[in-house]
Design a protein around this ligand. Structure first.
Ligand code: F6R
Length: 406
């Protein structure tokens, strides 16, 4: 039974009662779950987080199913009214919290570059209390794994109260409050995520946001047939590309041993991969309790370089993209201060392991989809560092899976 806003349920061994917000006893319809027992069982894995990291190829394939079997992209994947709504939209506002907010930060690069739409991304708990200038032509996109995060729901209500009418939610839970509140929706099909640290929910959110970008770009005449087919091809290849990255697990487990006695870590990325550095830092801090921060690598010299010494591991996300040479010179600055580097580099980037440089070679460069691939080793790193530290991986202290209170 899905509870309505304000409902309270009393559950006994053989009975239950539900009261609505005014205290009246009410009945709510029963839905029979289609989830298989298997999706809730650990199977061969030690923790749900590990299982969920390894479920990512399937979760992505499921999320992309409708698109991968079709020959072209249609707005209908976001709802029957999407085509009409998208044709009126001149900008995007993404609202989310935590990991979902990081997905929004990646999407901003895609939406501006590929679809040519101005995009802002706001932390929902801040937006809800900010006096902002509403543009009725903005598409408000809320991103949430659970669809029950109080701040994200309040931010959506705040946006609506300010006059925003175009609303879209990207969510993993079909019947959630967020989905019910939004006009348009795209469901990620990651399956239940039990580990508190979000993994497969994040990468499927990215896949959904990339689809949104492509659909908007096409509708705005910014995607020709050849480009559309190329993107579709890359999306079809994504699950097997993720599978290839997961093979790095044993190497990352070994690398993680170096972090057991560390108290701080610095994550660096540039451009599209700066939000991935943020996500890597969040994963590490929430499950291993190591203090971690992320910076766009170009910001190093504006402050954080002062922190770098031999006790500060510096983790770099190094895709083979246009900013590679800039990143390399940023990393030289780290080495020159004695910082120990852990570089997750694409093929062809010509990084070499050596004194103070640990190289983790990624199989390929995935272009616009690269942030999805680069997320995987950082999830694994956080997981194996947490094992080293002996923390409760699936239920880190002080955190809840669904943050339904402010
Ligand atoms: C981090 C994590 C949280 C959530 C955040 C929002 O691993 O899981 O930062 O991303 O609490 O939750 P949702 O996506 O359910 O709105």
């Amino acid at each position: 039974m899905y509870l309505e806003e304000g409902d309270v349920a009393e559950i006994g061994l053989s009975s239950h009662r539900i009261f609505d917000a005014s205290g009246q006893a009410v009945e709510r319809p029963v839905h029979v779950s289609t989830l298989s027992n298997e999706s809730m069982e650990l199977g061969e894995y030690r923790h749900y987080m590990q299982k969920e990291i390894f479920e990512q190829p399937q979760a992505l394939a499921d999320t992309l199913e409708a698109v991968c079997y079709s020959q072209s992209l249609v707005p209908g994947i976001f709802g029957a009214e999407a085509a009409a709504a998208f044709s009126q939209v001149d900008s995007i506002l993404i609202l989310a919290c935590g990991t979902s907010h990081h997905a929004g930060l990646v999407a901003r690069y895609w939406l501006e570059e590929i679809a040519g739409l101005p995009c802002s991304v706001e932390i929902a708990s801040e937006y809800r209390y900010r006096v902002s200038v509403a543009n009725p032509k903005t598409l408000v996109v809320t991103v949430s794994q659970s669809g029950e995060t109080a701040d994200t729901l309040a931010a959506l209500n705040h946006a609506r109260a300010q006059g925003h009418t175009h609303t879209l939610s990207i969510c993993n839970v079909p019947e959630s409050a967020l989905v019910r509140l939004s006009k348009l929706r795209m469901l990620t099909r990651a399956g239940p995520e039990i580990g508190v640290a979000s993994t497969k929910a994040f990468t499927t959110q990215l896949a959904a946001l990339f689809l949104l970008t492509l659909v908007l770009a096409k509708q705005r005449g910014r995607l020709n047939e050849e480009e559309e087919q190329r993107h579709l091809h890359d999306l079809r290849h994504l699950p097997s590309a993720v599978q290839a990255v997961l093979k790095l697990e044993p190497d990352i487990a070994r690398l993680a041993e170096n972090f057991a006695d560390k108290h701080h870590a610095l994550f660096l990325g540039r451009g599209l991969h700066y939000p991935i550095a943020l996500e890597g830092a969040l994963k590490l801090k929430e499950i291993s309790y190591i203090h971690a921060e992320a910076y766009p690598a170009g910001e190093l010299k504006h402050g954080p370089l002062a922190l770098v010494d031999q006790d500060m591991p510096v983790i770099a996300v190094a895709p083979n993209d246009a900013l590679l040479e800039k990143l390399k010179s940023n990393l030289q600055e780290v080495r020159a201060r004695g910082g120990e580097l852990y570089v997750f580099a694409d093929a062809g980037t010509r990084f070499h392991s050596g004194e103070g440089v640990h190289l983790m070679q990624m199989p390929e460069h995935a272009g616009y989809l690269s942030p999805i691939l680069h997320t995987i080793p950082l999830q694994l790193l956080a997981y194996y560092v947490a094992l080293q530290k002996g923390t409760d991986v699936d239920k880190p202290r002080n955190l809840a899976k669904s943050v339904t209170v402010e």
